[in-house]
Design a protein around this ligand. Structure first.
Ligand SMILES: [Cu+2]
Length: 97
């Protein structure tokens, strides 16, 4: 009987200069939610795309007081940044097994 796997929601909060946590290792199907509870807008500008959408690069804009979520569907290592504030994040998506 196969082990049952449940998707997890991971939360990343922004500070004015950092993502917390900046590094996550997750599984395919997990949800990642960014929460902006600081004083400035942020972006998550990816150099690739861990979701099922067709965009070559995933781009997310996060206003003050808002949250944004994605579901990761592709194995790989994904770097993103907020170029306005010199912030960097990394999401590693483990391969399905
Ligand atoms: Cu920012």
């Amino acid at each position: 009987m196969p082990a049952e796997v449940y998707a997890v929601e991971w939360k990343i909060r922004t500070s004015p200069t950092e993502y917390h946590p900046a590094k996550l290792e997750v599984n395919i199907g997990d949800k990642i939610t960014w929460i902006n509870d600081d004083m400035v807008v942020h972006e998550m500008a990816f150099s690739s795309n861990p979701t099922g959408s067709d965009d070559k690069n995933l781009y997310l804009f996060l206003p003050v007081g808002k949250t944004l979520s994605i579901i990761v569907t592709r194995h790989g290592t994904y770097l993103y940044k907020c170029s306005w504030h010199g912030m960097f994040g990394i999401i590693k998506v483990r391969p399905a097994n």
